[in-house]
Design a protein around this ligand. Structure first.
Ligand SMILES: Cc1cc2nc3c(=O)[nH]c(=O)nc-3n(C[C@H](O)[C@H](O)[C@H](O)COP(=O)(O)OP(=O)(O)OC[C@H]3O[C@@H](n4cnc5c(N)ncnc54)[C@H](O)[C@@H]3O)c2cc1C
Length: 618
């Protein structure tokens, strides 16, 4: 999941001045020694980076044609004051440089909406399942279209086209295999893991740690009000589930702890959300053996079917990638396409909501006109640009003195309910999971907050899209399943002894559902006692012991239950989430009577484990 856009002002992407979606992010690189060990990217020469960094960064500025604010050095004493959250005793200096930043999902949607404005036809929830060929019987000849499956209506249909392009990112090879089961791979995946910590770990300047224990870079960035921590890539087969490996999360937390000031304790439960994304690394399977390997994107055409594919690349170059692929398609099909009248002009087309009517003060106008909170106004103007006014027109009064309009979907985040109506009516939002993951980034920012929002978002979407009860229940279930694919404050499995199998996880989820008698997504202590007493455990005695000071069996059972509850309630909120329950099952002793009873009743075989060094919750 990309969020950082290197120099968005360059020729290849957009114009930041007219653009509500991107902004400059200053990033500081604290330098604590003149030689880095282990060296970055495991190359000994890179160990000397601290000596050359100011020069390297000037060169980097030049790549963006000096349109970004200039890189600069912050000297020791000022840096100590500025970065109080860092372990800053041994600063030599801090190098500061600039990157462009955006909310990638919103940029992607804005591109699609802009394309639609200019005449494109876009379909969401449609999967290409096969290629259509000129010679139908032998599935050979030129590709003339694609067989598709509409996941909203469960129907298949065909799209016919003059030219077919595969642009499946890291999944492009899966598309190519539909065309040719023996296709040589063109793309490999590189996984990048991100964790979200609360916003208070960082101020408005990002940080880059180039001196981690294994030579990878670690960055900390303020992103949508939270702190985003991420690593550089690790090779791996692309999968579409966002769940990152627990050991990556643990590695990041260890590195964060080393990096931050000694008086800051970073806990596993501070991880509000965690996910991974796969970046496509491309090579051209149709190129000659001695052709140089592309470091960027690859556009290539299969001469037999005429299908062109594009893969690799970056957000930084997305517009240029699109231009290259369209140029290739026109070039390859001179017999079908007439020579275009104009050169590609997408560089000068602002994305929807951008353009000359958008200014960096749009959020102030929103506050003055609608009485929405400053947080919400900034979020709306950075997301919808000038269309933020349309979102506000749909907003309902809060019934409070301030903010007057813009009822938030979940506390602590700026998303408002009228966005649901706006997105359903004007931006083709069609599922609760999509709204919580990509339309807003709530799932990426705070997975528990996202789960809490499922009910309300579902109800409002149902009203907009005329869902019946059955559809609404299904939507909510799908949303919970999707959200459970993210990692959150509680590890779902013990990363060193991955002993919860899928069946047991399923069983534990069922038990959780039964214990959660009011079905609000949490178990509280009352529900725990209720379950115990239903299973015949005596929890009625409330004194600390009998008159001889002996602990009575029922008090012992009560204490056990209390202890089990406290272990599971990692965040000390008095409520246990499903993830906490599953992880807590592993971390509580096996001889607790409630646990034993539940195991017998539901035939669960997974055991608790001894807590020791390296085991979670620390
Ligand atoms: C962790 C990470 C960090 C990154 N950081 C940066 C960065 O800092 N700067 C930068 O510039 N870039 C960055 N990138 C790279 C950037 O995000 C990717 O290069 C870019 O998303 C690739 O775009 P794409 O459109 O080719 O593929 P994707 O964005 O992956 O889109 C491919 C689409 O094809 C769809 N698809 C696949 N199969 C089918 C099918 N059969 N039918 C219909 N649809 C299908 C998929 O659902 C998907 O929506 C990063 C990437 C990752 C993973």
């Amino acid at each position: 999941m990309a969020f950082l856009d290197t120099h968005p002002n360059t020729n290849s992407t957009c114009n930041i001045a007219l653009d509500h979606l991107t902004h400059w992010m200053p990033i500081a690189v604290p330098i604590k020694s003149w030689y880095i060990s282990p060296p970055p990217m495991n190359h000994p020469l890179f160990g000397f980076l601290p000596l050359l960094l100011p020069l390297v960064m000037k060169f980097y500025d030049s790549l963006g044609k000096f349109q970004c604010p200039p890189s600069h050095v912050i000297y020791k004493n000022r840096a100590k004051r500025k970065f109080s959250q860092l372990d800053n005793d041994h600063f030599k200096y801090v190098q500061c440089f600039y990157e462009g930043m955006h909310n990638d999902a919103r940029t992607c949607l804005s591109i699609a909406l802009t394309a639609i404005q200019h005449g494109a036809l876009c379909l969401n929830y449609v999967e290409m399942i096969d290629v259509l060929y000129s010679d139908e019987t032998s599935s050979s000849g030129k590709a003339i279209g694609a067989k598709c499956f509409d996941k909203l209506t469960n129907t298949e249909f065909n799209i016919y086209a003059k030219s077919v392009v595969f642009a499946g990112g890291p999944f492009t090879d899966e598309l190519r295999l539909k065309e040719n089961p023996n296709a040589k791979p063109a793309v490999s995946g590189a996984a990048g893991t991100h964790i979200i910590l609360p916003g208070y770990y960082i101020n408005d300047i990002g940080l880059l740690d180039i001196n981690t224990s294994d030579g990878r870079f670690l960055f900390f960035l303020p992103w949508l009000g939270s702190t985003l921590v991420g690593t550089t890539d690790r090779k791996g087969k692309p999968v579409s589930t966002p769940r990152p490996p627990e050991e990556e999360i643990q590695w990041m937390l260890r590195e964060v702890e080393k990096y931050l000031s000694n008086d800051l304790l970073v806990r596993r439960s501070d991880v509000l959300s965690a996910w991974q994304g796969f970046r496509p690394l491309a090579s051209d399977p149709h190129a000659a053996a001695d052709a140089p390997i592309s470091r960027d994107h690859v556009v290539s055409t299969n001469p037999e079917s005429g299908i062109t594919f594009i893969t690799g690349g970056k957000w930084t170059t997305y517009r240029e990638m699109a231009e290259d692929v369209i140029d290739t398609v026109i070039e390859n099909n001179r017999d079908i396409f007439t020579q275009p009248l104009n050169m590609c002009n997408t560089l000068n087309i602002p994305l929807i909501g951008g353009g000359e009517h958008y200014t960096r003060n749009t959020h102030i106008k929103l506050i003055q006109k609608f009485g929405v909170s400053e947080e919400t106004a900034k979020h709306l103007s950075n997301t919808y640009g000038t269309k933020a006014f349309n979102v506000c027109y749909l907003s309902k009064p809060t019934g409070r003195r301030w903010p007057r309009f813009g009822k938030t979907i979940v506390e602590g985040y700026p998303y408002i309910e009228s966005e649901i109506e706006y997105q359903c009516k004007y931006e083709n939002a069609r599922s609760v999971a999509d709204f919580l993951c990509l339309r807003t980034r709530l799932a990426y920012l705070n997975i528990e907050a996202a789960k809490q929002a499922v009910g309300r978002v579902g109800d409002l979407m149902a009203a907009c899209l005329d869902w019946d009860d059955e559809e609404l229940v299904l939507q909510k279930e799908i949303a919970y399943d999707k959200l459970n694919e993210f990692a959150g404050p509680v590890p779902i499995e013990n990363y060193q002894n991955n002993i919860i199998g899928a069946t047991n996880k399923y069983d534990l989820k069922q038990i959780f559902k039964i214990l959660d008698s009011d079905n609000n997504g949490y178990i509280d202590i009352k529900e725990m006692y209720q379950a115990a007493s239903m299973l015949g455990i005596d929890v009625s005695h409330s004194s600390d012991g009998d008159e001889d000071g002996q602990v009575t069996p029922s008090t012992k059972q009560q204490n056990e239950l209390k202890e089990m509850f406290e272990i599971m309630d990692v965040n000390n909120t008095g409520r246990i989430t499903e993830q906490e329950f599953i992880a807590g099952w592993l971390n509580t002793k096996d001889d607790i009577i409630l646990k034993n009873q539940l195991k017998m009743k539901f035939n669960v075989t997974v055991s608790g484990i001894e807590k020791g060094p390296g085991v979670l919750f620390g």
